[in-house]
Design a protein around this ligand. Structure first.
Ligand SMILES: *Cc1c(COP(=O)(O)O)cnc(C)c1O
Length: 380
């Protein structure tokens, strides 16, 4: 199947007894055992362990990523936390500097006290990653692209380093989705998504996704998913499947809107910097062209003063001041205090500054978004 067909048919059901075209929501905690009782004969017994609606989503996720097995969690953080359970006290991880705020907080304040060793490095520099590798290093955990500056690691280069050292490469690719990049095909071992964002796609559902490449990782993760229990509910699995059906259309539209807005912002007299990998002068434009089919729909831009930044954030009517991304509507946030507020200032200052605004571009008419931003910028 080609790519639009693949997403359009996500969760289109073929084996329900009544021929329902949409996967049914199996809103049940338990399933009756089949008789006579034989060990392993029941496909489903208890929803934490398995539920047909969740299975439909997990198969879809594996298919979209070209992976061996998919796992659906109750949130992106539940997915990340499950993946990080693969490691033991004394194991060392190399992580992207400027990770998603709560991932950083989870690692720093829950996992480090439990004995995990870490180095936060610029994962867009293979040399920096190589230099950080120790004999205790078990994995690289990279976010692609980084937030909010949208720096893009070369996944094939990172994979080479991981393989040379017999470690794993784990990538949080929430910002790009399998529509735009398929990390497993570039040598990544585990891909993670906050499916709350583009996959579910409507800012109405929390969900997380993990897809792994190998049967042995699948076995380990399946055990962790069942024993830690952060599974996605049948209802939310269904909503995520429904979202995925239009993933291609939404991503294409949001990415083309983002490209136009980034170019428009770059030409605006009040804008001092624009970060968008689709711009030819972005430092990782070529890397992105090589490994992805698009450039995503996240943009960051700067203005001259903090006061101006605040005026823009307070001045739009159409664009909503809210965190997150991936819904139909365009959102704007202030990374300094909102998305990265939980990161200590000294760490924060390495990746961003107070005059930066982040846009999560939606699927509206880009001209309406530009006019809205222009009004806010004029007043600033
Ligand atoms: C939102 C987000 C998460 C966390 O996902 P939740 O669904 O909010 O738990 C993790 N990583 C990235 C890059 C995100 O944007």
């Amino acid at each position: 199947m080609r790519r639009y067909t693949r997403v359009a048919r996500a969760g289109v059901n073929k084996d329900a007894p009544f021929g329902s075209v949409s996967t049914p929501i199996f809103q049940t905690a338990i399933f009756e055992h089949q008789r006579p009782l034989q060990e392993g004969s029941d496909p489903y017994a208890y929803t934490r362990v398995g539920n047909p609606t969740r299975t439909a989503l997990e198969r879809t996720l594996a298919e979209l990523e070209g992976g061996f097995q998919g796992f659906a969690f109750s949130s992106g953080m539940a997915a990340i936390s499950a993946v990080l359970r693969l490691f033991r006290p004394g194991d060392h991880l190399i992580l992207t500097e400027g990770l998603y705020g709560h991932t950083y907080t989870l690692v720093k304040f829950l996992l480090e006290p439990a004995g995990l060793l870490t180095s936060f490095v610029d994962t867009t520099s293979p040399e920096a990653v190589r230099a950080a590798w120790t004999d205790k290093t078990r994995a690289i955990f990279a976010e692609v692209p980084t937030n909010p500056l949208l720096r893009v690691a070369d996944l094939a280069a990172l994979s080479e380093i991981a393989k040379e050292n017999r470690g794993l490469l784990i990538v949080d690719a929430t910002f790009l989705t399998p529509w735009t990049v398929q990390p497993l095909k570039l040598g990544v071992d585990i891909v993670i998504h906050s499916a709350t964002k583009y996959l579910a796609g409507h800012n109405d559902t929390m969900a997380g996704a993990v897809v792994v490449k190998s049967p042995s990782l699948a076995e380990e993760l399946s055990f962790i998913q069942i024993m830690t229990g952060g599974i996605l509910s049948p209802q939310d699995a269904w909503l995520t499947l429904r979202g995925i059906k239009t993933l291609g259309l939404r991503m294409d539209r949001a990415q083309s809107n983002a490209q136009r807005l980034a170019e428009w912002l770059q030409a605006h007299p009040k804008v001092t910097e624009v970060h968008y990998p689709g711009l030819p002068d972005h430092p990782h434009h070529e890397v992105m062209k090589r490994q992805a089919s698009g450039f995503g729909a996240m943009i960051s831009f700067g203005v001259a003063t903090v006061e101006q930044a605040r005026a823009v954030l307070n001045g739009t009517e159409l664009i909503i001041l809210a965190e997150s991304m991936g819904g139909t509507e365009t959102l704007m946030t202030y990374p300094w205090t909102l998305t990265h507020g939980s990161v200590p200032e000294e760490e924060r200052r390495r990746g961003l500054h107070e005059r930066l605004i982040r846009l999560a571009v939606g699927i509206e008419d880009w001209e309406d978004l530009a006019e809205d931003l222009d009004r806010a910028l004029q007043k600033a």
